[in-house]
Design a protein around this ligand. Structure first.
Ligand code: URA
Length: 232
């Protein structure tokens, strides 16, 4: 019933489930052969999602892509990095952040007081196929890929999400605020927190010390949040 206490609704569902299970037991059912993605560990869940995505034609980016760039890193990572979308190098290799921006990202993660290795985090993008000429993903493309990213995050269960640049940050936080206003602070994100920072490609184009210092501060903030929240 709309407006009913959700705890009562949950208690009803669990009560009905209990009754069904007792009924099955009384009929002699001794084991339940359960299967489904919801029972998979993060490694298997992500692998199943990546398999299911092959040949995806849900948006127009499929026409120009060579490879779907699903994500890479540690499926058990509680620190997840989300960028914008694959570039030419990523499209060719099928891996996120392997070009110049990726090399800078690696250095940012390894920086003093951040000290994260790429193989201990998980890295992906808001869209999994390369936008032509590296343009920003368009709203219909972001919308088509949003369930893929949501499923990935549901499998990963991160504690900290580092969002790179305005596209990823605005898509994840459902806001139009500029990155300059969003960065520098911690945003609640379900059971995780999201920390926005400048995209490494932006830092390559704007090598001013001020932007680099702000990005380093953001990464240190992400590291501190990670140390507070991590369970592994
Ligand atoms: N830029 C991104 O946003 N993602 C990549 O994977 C590479 C470059």
């Amino acid at each position: 019933m709309p407006g009913a206490d959700p705890r009562e609704a949950l208690a009803d569902v669990l009560g009905a489930l209990g009754a069904t299970l007792r009924h099955h037991r009384d009929l002699g059912v001794a084991a339940l052969p359960l299967s489904g993605d919801y029972l998979l560990g993060p490694e298997e869940a992500l692998a199943a999602q990546e398999r299911a995505l092959q040949g995806c034609r849900k948006c127009k980016l499929c026409d120009g892509r060579t490879t779907i760039v699903f994500g890479s890193g540690n499926p058990r990572a509680e620190f997840v990095v989300i960028g914008e979308g694959p570039g030419a190098d990523e499209d060719a290799q099928g891996l996120p952040f392997v070009g110049r921006a990726g090399q800078l990202l690696t250095r940012m993660l390894e920086a003093r007081k951040v000290e994260l290795r790429r193989d201990e985090v998980y890295i992906s993008n808001t869209v999994k196929c390369r936008p032509p000429a590296n343009r920003n993903p368009e709203p219909d493309e972001l919308a088509a890929c949003a369930p893929v990213l949501a499923a990935q995050l549901a499998a990963l269960q991160p504690k900290v999400i580092l969002a790179l640049g305005s596209v990823a940050t605005q898509a994840l936080l459902h806001t139009r605020e500029p990155i300059g206003k969003l960065r520098g602070r911690v945003h609640p994100y379900g059971s995780a927190v999201l920390i926005p920072t400048f995209h490494p490609a932006f830092l390559l184009r704007n090598p001013g010390e001020e932007y680099k210092r702000m990005a380093w501060e953001d990464l240190q903030l992400a590291r501190r949040e990670y140390d507070k929240r991590r369970t592994r």
